[in-house]
Ligand binder design. Structure first.
Ligand code: GLU
Length: 564
């Protein structure tokens, strides 16, 4: 969809429309991003909402500056490195036990992020920005297949929590496709935040309801591990302004999310590696065939995951400059072999500022061959501001715990910590800790061309977010795809183990070619797709091209204020 006046792209039609209405009424990209996110909390309640957290990357047209807000959920003060270890057995709790529990609930960051985004960049009050979402919750939305499927998939665990079953199930299962789903309790939650401000959550009655429900044993269902968040943890919460991760790729400036997300660092390393492979082989990413392209992409993303797993977490000593440097990528690119996949797991590199300038082994000449859960939204306005915003409650359906009387699910984001050390004798940067934020993969990205907005992109999908965002950028910049085609292109997610591949790759000649190079491809899972990208490209003359998924998650929704 191309046009002027501003653009919004999200996974959902009602939510995109809310953002477009905000823009049409004079709001800017920050106002539209908050209003759209709040609407997604209604129509995508299992993926996002005020019980969760997220990350916003923002380009401010007036200052021509990119900044970010970290609204990540946070562990309570009482947390330690062994909070997910069962004292009686000495082993980590089973993942499913931790997911369906109060223990996994972090202090929600989304309301604080909205408040801060509006104050720092917006022109609307929270009171105004949440009105459309409150109305949508009260009047309802039409149930689509995706919402029905997500409800069915969660029905068993939702029944463990009577309040969740009452709010989200109809006759014990999913509401019928085509029926209208209202959530008057969530309308009340939005009304409370709108009229009382976010203090209702961080210091008031809404917060007390959150703390009480997260710490309840829920013994009327299966007893669950109780949460540890307290009012003091809520009071201490802040959404934080942070400098973005900045790297250069093919002359563009790429801006992404810093720690505690690993997204910005990993996307930068992947792009740097792709550029380094071009140098090493003498053949550009655009000139190799699909198998060789995805081979390179897979090696780059597996390498970046090895490094992020070893070095990135909410700790003070992350070697950010080094991991995102071209020198480090140059040294890491020496591992690359166009004829064979590296054995997984790839070991982490050594980001010590001393890098080889020439790889010890030359390449045999390689000729060019012939040739879920979580949600992302992107918003731009007529003044040129750009918002790239990913928000989540972690798992689809979060912790499964709904705050009584307020109709929203609490996150299970603390399960993004590693439950036990994963790095052998080296320290693990992503163990749980007091007041710590779990490492994320969320990768809201803004790319500038000569200082001007060029492309904004992001996706849900847990750790696959990093690969979906990178693959979309590469598809558009290097593979000569239109933006819509770059978003729709079949995805591969290589994260230093088996590689998830969508059916078009897995079952076709590309999959066969990759397997012949030694790649271990596996199905993308259920549903058999990876990510749900949204993107907006800024064109000349105040025009925009908004792009969303054509089929994944039932198709997304890309809109502009004035279609051309
Ligand atoms: N919790 C994940 C992260 O922060 C996002 C969850 C998802 O996209 O499914 O990386």
């Amino acid at each position: 969809m191309t046009g002027s006046g501003g653009a919004v792209s999200s996974v959902d039609r009602d939510a995109s429309q809310v953002g477009i209405d905000v823009l049409a009424r004079g709001g800017n990209a920050a106002d539209a991003a908050v209003a759209t996110a709040a609407a997604l909390g209604v129509t995508e309640p299992y993926s996002a909402g005020i019980g969760g957290g997220g990350f916003l990357v923002y380009y401010d047209a007036r200052s021509r500056h990119v900044s970010t807000i970290d609204g990540r959920e946070t562990a309570p003060e009482s947390f330690t490195s062994t909070s997910f270890v069962d004292e009686t057995t000495g082993a980590a709790y089973p993942f499913a036990t931790a997911v369906n529990s109060g223990l996994s609930v972090g202090v929600p960051g989304t309301p604080a992020l909205w408040d801060k985004a509006l104050r720092d960049y917006g022109t609307w009050s929270l009171n105004e920005a949440l009105k459309p979402a409150e109305k949508l919750a009260a009047q309802g939305f039409v149930v689509d297949q995706t919402f029905a499927d997500q409800t069915t998939a969660n029905a068993t665990r939702f029944k463990t929590f009577p309040e969740t079953a009452r709010v989200f199930l109809r006759d014990g299962g999913a509401p019928a496709v085509g029926s209208v789903f209202t959530n008057p309790d969530m309308a009340k939650a939005y009304r409370t935040l709108r009229t009382q401000g976010v203090a209702a959550l961080y210091a008031g009655s809404l917060g007390q309801a959150v703390v009480a429900e997260a710490s309840a044993p829920h013994t009327d269902g299966t007893s669950v591990l109780p949460g540890q968040i307290r009012m003091d943890d809520l009071r201490a919460y802040r959404a934080l302004t942070k400098d973005p991760i900045h790297s250069r790729y093919k002359g563009y400036d790429v801006y992404g999310m810093p720690v505690p997300s690993s997204g910005g660092i990993a996307v930068a390393e992947i792009l740097n590696l792709m550029a380094a492979y071009e140098q090493r082989t003498g053949v550009s990413t655009g000139d190799v065939d699909q198998v060789q392209y995805l081979h390179r992409f897979s090696e780059a993303s597996a390498t970046a995951f090895a490094d992020r797993n070893r070095y990135v977490g909410d700790v003070s000593n992350v070697p950010v400059q080094e991991l995102t440097s071209t020198g480090f990528a140059g040294e890491r690119s020496c591992l690359f072999d166009p004829t064979h996949a590296l054995t997984r797991p790839i070991a982490p590199g050594v980001p010590d500022r001393s890098y080889v300038s020439t790889c010890p082994t030359a390449l045999v000449s390689s000729q060019p061959s012939e040739g879920q859960s979580t949600t992302h939204l992107t918003a731009t306005d007529r003044w040129g501001n750009v918002a790239s915003y990913t928000l989540t409650i972690e798992q689809t359906g979060g912790s499964g715990i709904t705050v009584p009387g307020y109709g929203f699910l609490l996150n299970n984001e603390l399960t993004d910590f590693n439950f036990t050390p994963t790095q052998g004798s080296a320290p693990d940067p992503n163990l749980p800790g007091s007041g710590k934020r779990p490492r994320s993969s969320m990768s809201p990205t803004i790319i500038l061309d000569d200082g001007k907005p060029f492309l904004a992109v992001g996706s849900p999908g847990g750790a696959t977010i990093i690969t979906s965002v990178s693959q979309t950028i590469l598809g558009y910049l290097d593979r000569d795809l239109s933006l819509v085609d770059a978003v729709a292109a079949a995805r591969l997610s290589s994260r230093n183990g088996a590689e998830g591949a969508e059916p078009t790759i897995l079952d076709g000649p590309t999959g066969a070619g990759l397997r012949a190079l030694g790649h271990n491809l596996v199905s993308a899972g259920t549903p058999n797709e990876i990510g749900a990208v949204t993107a907006i490209r800024s064109l000349a003359d105040g025009q925009f091209e908004a792009a969303a998924e054509t089929t994944r998650r039932g198709g997304g929704s890309a809109m502009v204020v004035d279609p051309r």
